[in-house]
Ligand binder design. Structure first.
Ligand SMILES: Cc1cc2nc3c(=O)[nH]c(=O)nc-3n(C[C@H](O)[C@H](O)[C@H](O)COP(=O)(O)OP(=O)(O)OC[C@H]3O[C@@H](n4cnc5c(N)ncnc54)[C@H](O)[C@@H]3O)c2cc1C
Length: 466
């Protein structure tokens, strides 16, 4: 593993040996290609100690509902089963993780955390570090960046202006971070005596215990976990990757649909990259298609992580975009809007625009939406809402409520992009000013958009069939 992935937070002061090493798993909910887990195993082996993996499952994660939890729990159940086979103790407790981890620290030789990128995730980690300091706990602490190909703090030390400023930095570095082979075995296989809240044998019961918001249905189309993610990668490589240059068209199905697995850390971006490289080397994937996919998985995705990591205001309308974009919105705030819809009308697909309605249905009934339609959908909300602040609030609310991959760095960067972030100024027009504009004629000209509408309609029928 490239040691630059590791941020050393604290060294242990005494030589007094403790009972185990603990890995607090949160962002990277997987065993394969998990550098934080690998680092924890290596430390445990070095001290001849067993390893404990802790997961705290809070029922109060902002904006999360049963759709998100179901997907996450499907993945965690697999993690638990694999760790047992690897002779690593796993405990999942239904509690706030930054509180729940504390009782495990006293007896731990080392605490390993996976890097979190959003504010809440970083606050959780920081509060545990503060707790250790205040209580003078004798423990080693490292944070390991394992969800990005190039760790966020290595790729750049500042907020990047756009893909064109980050791209050369990432491209220079990323081969250095193709640094994973396989998880090592743990030497000390002592089974720790632990009291977990939940053994994940009955996910419906776990969901019930969490007393979650049930306003959004479970997705019948997408299921969580590494096995499902691997199948998606396989299907992508087999049937779609060579068509990736045409994947902009929402009426075909040439994208990977891996975003939800990446969001929960159920598969690593590096593993996807390695598999793609292998196919490229065997001549199974066309070079141009490979480059186009890597542009999304590596450059655009890591730009989104750079955005949330270095901009505290990534989720505030007043801070998320560029001065030129605020200027143009100010100039156009009183422009006449031909259509105005309430949040309820938008959410229930009750607009005059069939394409918007289909996109809204896709997210509401399946939990996913094609990238091009995400752009179109958000741009229409900007066009049909009385002011930009409300448009931003509606878009974030719906995005994070319905998408399985919602509440991700990509959510905030994708929405901010619709308001000019990481984009450029375009020809000035009503309502949008210099923000990029999209319309239904463009969809009709470029794509077989009626096919997209029909496909979504079929999915809606399946999702609502009793
Ligand atoms: C308004 C709006 C909202 C969005 N909300 C989210 C969200 O909530 N969660 C989310 O993960 N993505 C979001 N995106 C980004 C993008 O639409 C999705 O990541 C992509 O559609 C996921 O589909 P896929 O996995 O099939 O992509 P593929 O085309 O197969 O791409 C592979 C991977 O590359 C990354 N990627 C692809 N497109 C983008 C992009 N435009 N920006 C950054 N990374 C990208 C993703 O990790 C994706 O899984 C949003 C974009 C917009 C414009």
């Amino acid at each position: 593993m490239n040691k630059k992935r590791i941020i050393r937070v604290r060294e242990k002061e005494s030589g007094h040996k403790k009972s185990y090493v603990v890995y607090w798993m949160q962002q990277s909910q997987r065993v394969h290609y998990n550098h934080a887990l690998e680092h924890a195993i290596q430390l445990a082996n070095h001290h001849d100690l067993p390893l404990l993996v802790y997961f705290g499952l809070t029922a109060n994660y902002p904006e999360a509902n049963q759709r998100h939890y179901q997907f996450m729990l499907e993945g965690l159940r697999e993690v638990k089963d694999i760790l047992v086979k690897f002779h690593i103790s796993f405990v999942l407790r239904l509690e706030s993780p930054e509180e729940g981890i504390k009782p495990y620290l006293e007896d731990a030789e080392a605490l390993i955390m996976d890097q979190g990128y959003l504010k809440l995730q970083r606050q959780w980690r920081q509060s545990v570090i503060e707790y250790v300091k205040i209580h003078h706990l004798d423990i080693h602490i490292d944070i390991v960046d394992t969800d990005l190909i190039v760790p966020v703090h290595i790729a750049s030390d500042k907020a990047e202006y756009g893909a064109y400023t980050l791209r050369p930095k990432i491209k220079r570095l990323y081969l250095e971070f193709r640094d994973f082979n396989r998880i090592s075995s743990i030497k000390n296989q002592t089974k720790l005596k632990l009291e977990g809240d939940d053994d994940l044998s009955d996910l419906a019961l776990t969901i019930k215990k969490l007393n979650l918001n049930q306003s959004v249905s479970l997705s019948i189309f997408y299921h969580g976990g590494y096995v499902e993610a691997s199948k998606m990668v396989f299907t992508f490589i087999q049937d779609k990757a060579n068509h990736y240059l045409e994947s902009n068209d929402p009426s075909n199905d040439y994208t990977s649909k891996l975003s939800m697995y990446l969001h929960f850390g159920q598969i690593s971006a590096l593993e996807i990259l390695d598999r793609m490289f292998l196919e490229l080397e065997y001549g199974n994937i066309d070079g141009k298609a490979f480059d186009a996919f890597i542009e999304q998985l590596l450059v655009r995705r890591e730009l989104a992580f750079n955005f949330v990591y270095y901009n505290q205001g990534y989720d505030h309308f007043d801070e998320m975009t560029e001065p030129w974009a605020y200027f143009t919105m100010k100039e156009h705030e009183n422009d006449f809007r031909e259509y105005l819809y309430s949040l309820e009308q938008l959410e229930n697909s009750k607009t005059h625009d069939h394409y918007f309605n289909a996109a809204m249905d896709e997210m509401a009934y399946t939990g996913y939406m094609h990238n091009y339609m995400r752009m179109y959908w958000a741009k229409k909300i900007i066009e049909w809402t009385p002011n930009y602040q409300s448009a931003y609030d509606y878009i974030i609310y719906l995005n994070n409520k319905y998408f399985i991959d919602g509440r991700d760095p990509n959510s905030y960067a994708g929405v901010a992009w619709c308001f000019g972030k990481h984009d450029r100024a375009w020809t000035e027009r009503s309502v949008f000013g210099k923000l990029r504009y999209m319309n239904d004629k463009g969809l009709e000209r470029k794509f077989n958009i009626q096919k997209y509408v029909d496909d979504v309609s079929e999915k809606k029928k399946l999702a609502t069939a009793k």
